[in-house]
Every structure is written in C-alpha cells, then in structure tokens.
Design a protein around this ligand. Structure first.
Ligand code: MG
Length: 218
C-alpha cells in the first residue's frame, strides 16, 4: 500500500488511482512533434510505480531512453462523479510535485503500433512523488513556478499558468469518466525540456511553496 502525506496537517492518505495528463503544455506538445490536444489526453500509472523523495529511480533494462517529466500533482480529497466545473476545486486536498518517468523508446513503439502506454509510463519507480501542501496554503495553483535540475543544471523551467487544460477542467473531465475518490492523484502534464536521464544523475524537482523531491538514477 502506498501512502502520501498532506502538510502542514500531517494527514496520511492511501494513494488510490493515479491519473496522468499528456501534452498539457503547448511547448511540450510541440517538442513531441504533435498537435495541441483538443481534449485532455489521459493515461494511468499503477500505485506500485510511486516512490518518495530520496528513493532511487531504477532504469529498466528494456529501455535505452528514459526521460524525466516534471509535473504539478493534485491530491483529490473528496469523492465525486460528474463534478461541475464550478465545484471542481472543492475536491482538491492539496498540491505536490512529481516526476512522470517515461521510457521514451517504448512509448514511441507503442504509439506506432497503436498500443497502450502502460509499460512505458508505469514501470516500477516511474512515479516519484512529493508530499502535498494543503490547497488553502497555495494561493494560486495556476501561477506556480515549476522546475527540474539534473546534476545541478536546469533542464525544465516553466509556470503552471502555461497548462492548456486547467485543474478544474481536468477534474470535471476525469470525473465524467472515472469516479474520483479520496487519495486519487492527478499528474497534470509536463512543460518543455524533457530529456534523457542516465545512471548516476541526480534529479531535483521543485515547485516552490508546494514541494521538492530529490532522486538519484540507478
Ligand atoms: Mg507526463
């Protein structure tokens, strides 16, 4: 069982479903050579993929090209189905930072073959995740600096204001398909700058005021 903590109240949550959004920043959609999506692209990660800050990311032997993707994460605090846009933010318990580690070569093969992304996105250690900061302590989740350094050098740096589909839209959309439950997590997509990691790299992902994680790559 995977858990996470909501700060500063120190409430523990059992992690339920993990929803992820693809191509939610225009500049990342461009670098992936794709069009800007007209509705959210959704995939899931298994809870077995989650690791906490300080735990190594293990490169799978089957891939020669594992990429980092730094993302704002949302912790759902309240059950809901068909949540109207106007009520969506009431379902957020808190915000965190996560990495959506991706076997880019395996993902490309899957895309070409019309196959699912589960292996390329859901392998063990593919979901580094910080603890969460209570929503009431985050003045504007759509104006947060988001950054990732690898070995001290900046690789990704953007602001959550650049998201294509905002958090309320994502929650409303997801809840029209999946019943949302306490402990669900949403990875809201990565900005531009995704690139390969190699063994020995040290990744530091941060959204100031929200969370920070540090991982070595093995
Ligand atoms: Mg991603």
């Amino acid at each position: 069982m995977k858990t996470t903590t909501l700060l500063p109240v120190n409430k523990e949550f059992r992690i339920n479903n993990i929803f992820c959004v693809g191509k939610n920043y225009a500049d990342h959609a461009k670098e992936m050579g794709g069009d800007i999506p007209k509705e959210p692209i959704i995939f899931l990660k298994p809870t077995s993929a989650v690791i906490k800050s300080g735990t190594p990311i293990i490169l799978p032997a089957m891939s020669n090209n594992v990429h980092h993707e730094v993302e704002l994460t949302v912790l759902i605090g309240k059950h809901g189905k068909d949540i109207p846009l106007t009520e969506a933010m009431l379902h957020v318990a808190g915000y965190g930072v996560g990495l959506d580690m991706t076997m880019r070569d395996k993902q490309s093969e899957a895309k070409k073959g019309g196959n699912p992304w589960s292996i390329s996105k859901g392998f063990d250690t593919s979901a580094p995740l910080s603890s969460f900061m209570e929503a009431s302590k985050v003045p504007d989740p759509h104006n947060l600096e988001i950054r990732l350094t690898v070995n001290g050098k900046e690789r990704q740096h953007s602001n959550t204001k650049n998201m294509i589909f905002r958090i309320d839209v994502l929650i409303s959309f997801l809840s029209s398909i999946f019943t949302l439950e306490e402990g669900d997590i949403i990875y809201t997509g990565t900005p531009e700058g995704v690139a390969q990691v190699t063994a020995g790299d040290v990744l530091e992902a941060e959204i100031p005021g929200v969370g920070k994680i540090l991982h070595t790559v093995q």
